[in-house]
Design a protein around this ligand. Structure first.
Ligand code: SAH
Ligand code: F3S
Length: 479
């Protein structure tokens, strides 16, 4: 049975936490995360909260007292993945670990609430993204023989004071969350319902966390939020209440451009990235902050979702095709070699061949460096589910998806080819998957570079001259 467990663990698609900077607890927590970077970051907060309750993490589910799955609801497929994992947990519980307690965290917990307990008999705890501080109490309830649910969304919670226990990553790059929730209400998106109102984290706690990361050897932080450009600190509370803030609060408020400049000052050897930017909220000041500070990376993830103004309107994205193109032009004007990536959805309600053609034309114009592309997946209770028919046939969604993926692949390769012969500063993140003689790292553009390791070490900055490439990777030599 042990081999079965091992096999299952190797095959699973989520990421299991194994934590370095935690005190050894007598009880064992196994936690698997799916979905966005925020979920991975949240799992580190959960591990930190439970570390204080005498839990340390394990990679071996068969020895776990507590098994958590941090879930994603963004597309139906993400939810199906979690359901499959629960089946696997069920067989492990029956055959090897009958005492394990199983909890569901994250967006699916929030979306399905108590219903989860009816649908999945195995589950003991259902805990939404704003309720992790309540975990110690909820676990006690389960120990007393009851099932426990807390899915209350908060307007204040940012977990600002909780020091995440870092995932056993590379010790060089880390995620730091700066906002929670989203107020944008894109019609296709479930996030505003599962993660609640948008609120920003105290900048001093962000600076402290970034400084501590730098002191312990980290060289890159990615500031995380559903919509980072909308960051606004005025003393706490949801962003919508800023209108009612006092004059003093308004004068001292910190926006995203201010925050970027503050983090950039920690040390010029600390790289800064951020994700995700929403085109409607990105200000000129943010672009200026990027061009003024060399350690803010020349890379923006700028989801567009569609190239058609008609579809963007139905999606309630808050910008049209021309405004998006204008933003791209302004970015390229101030930061000529800025890399840009996108998210794109094919087959949104009523999408025609002409709308799809506009998406393709937009991609050809922007020449994205990278893209995350999806078929539209209707999510229950979203505005799109209520107002529009999911009327594009599956085969058409799929065909359009394949077309844009192929185009993106071609463009990524072309962009990378233009980098051959040039030299880039690379932050070394670890060993190449294929050889212990090679390191990999990333350029400011977020492009992966593989090169012979020479006398360098992980965490160093090196200059690498590019000699070859694929669509996804650059190859070169240290100069
Ligand atoms: N906050 C981010 C993205 C959140 S979700 C933003 O501002 O865009 C990540 C991506 O998933 C989205 O950008 C979108 O491309 C995709 N997505 C969200 N809901 C979806 C749905 N119902 N069907 C297909 N893709 C979806
Ligand atoms: Fe979703 Fe739009 Fe917010 S995609 S996370 S509602 S910016």
């Amino acid at each position: 049975m042990e081999t079965l467990v091992k096999k299952i663990d190797e095959k699973k698609q989520g990421n299991v936490l194994s934590l370095k900077n935690q005190k050894r607890g007598t009880k064992k927590l196994y936690i698997e995360s799916y979905g966005c970077q925020m979920n991975f970051s949240d799992s580190e907060i959960v591990a930190s909260i439970l570390n204080k309750e005498n839990y340390s993490t394990t990679k071996d589910i068969s020895e776990a007292d507590l098994v958590f799955v941090n879930t994603c609801s963004i597309r139906e497929k993400a939810e199906q993945t979690v359901r499959k994992r629960l089946k696997v947990y069920n067989s492990i519980k029956k055959s090897v670990n009958p005492d394990m307690v199983v909890g569901v965290l994250g967006c699916m917990a929030e979306r399905l609430k108590e219903k989860f307990l009816d649908e999945e008999k195995l589950v003991d705890l259902v805990v939404g993204p704003d309720a992790y501080r309540d975990l110690p109490n909820l676990i006690k309830e389960v120990e007393d023989g009851r099932k426990a649910v807390n899915v209350i969304l908060s307007k204040e919670e940012t977990y600002a004071d909780i020091k995440p226990v870092r995932m056993s990553g590379n010790g060089v790059t880390a995620f730091v969350s700066i906002t929670r929730g989203c107020d944008n209400m894109c019609t296709f998106c479930v996030v505003p319902y599962t993660r609640g109102r948008e609120r920003s984290r105290n900048p001093l706690s962000i600076l402290k966390e970034c400084q501590e990361l730098y002191n312990s050897g980290y060289r890159e932080v990615t500031l995380l939020g559903q919509n980072v450009d909308s960051y606004l600190w005025y003393g706490g509370g949801p962003k919508i209440r800023f209108k009612r803030a006092t004059k003093e609060q308004k004068e001292n408020a910190v926006n995203f451009a201010n925050l970027l400049r503050m983090v950039a000052k920690i040390n010029n050897k600390l790289r800064i990235r951020f994700s995700t930017s929403n085109p409607q909220d990105m200000t000129e000041d943010v672009i200026d902050a990027m061009s003024e500070n060399k350690n803010i990376c020349n890379y923006i993830h700028l989801p567009v979702q569609s190239g058609s103004t008609r579809i963007l309107e139905l999606m309630n994205r808050g910008y049209n095709r021309e405004e998006y193109i204008n933003l791209i032009d302004r970015i390229k004007n101030k930061i000529p070699d800025c890399a840009i990536s996108m998210d794109m959805i094919t087959g949104f309600c009523t999408e025609t061949e002409n709308d799809h053609k506009q998406t393709i034309e937009l991609m050809k114009y922007v020449k994205y460096d990278y893209g995350y592309m999806f078929k539209y997946s209707e999510r229950p209770n979203t505005a799109a589910a209520k107002k529009f028919d999911d009327d594009v046939a599956e085969e058409i969604k799929q065909r359009r998806l394949v077309e844009i993926i192929n185009l993106q692949q071609k463009q990524s390769l072309e962009n990378n080819k233009l980098r051959i012969g040039k030299t880039f500063e690379v932050l070394i993140e670890g060993y190449s998957k294929r050889s212990k003689q090679h390191f990999y790292g990333r350029t400011t553009h977020n492009t992966v570079v593989v090169f012979k390791k020479e006398n360098c070490k992980i965490g160093d900055y090196v200059n690498v001259k590019i000699s070859d490439c694929t669509a996804g990777t650059l190859k070169g030599q240290i100069v």
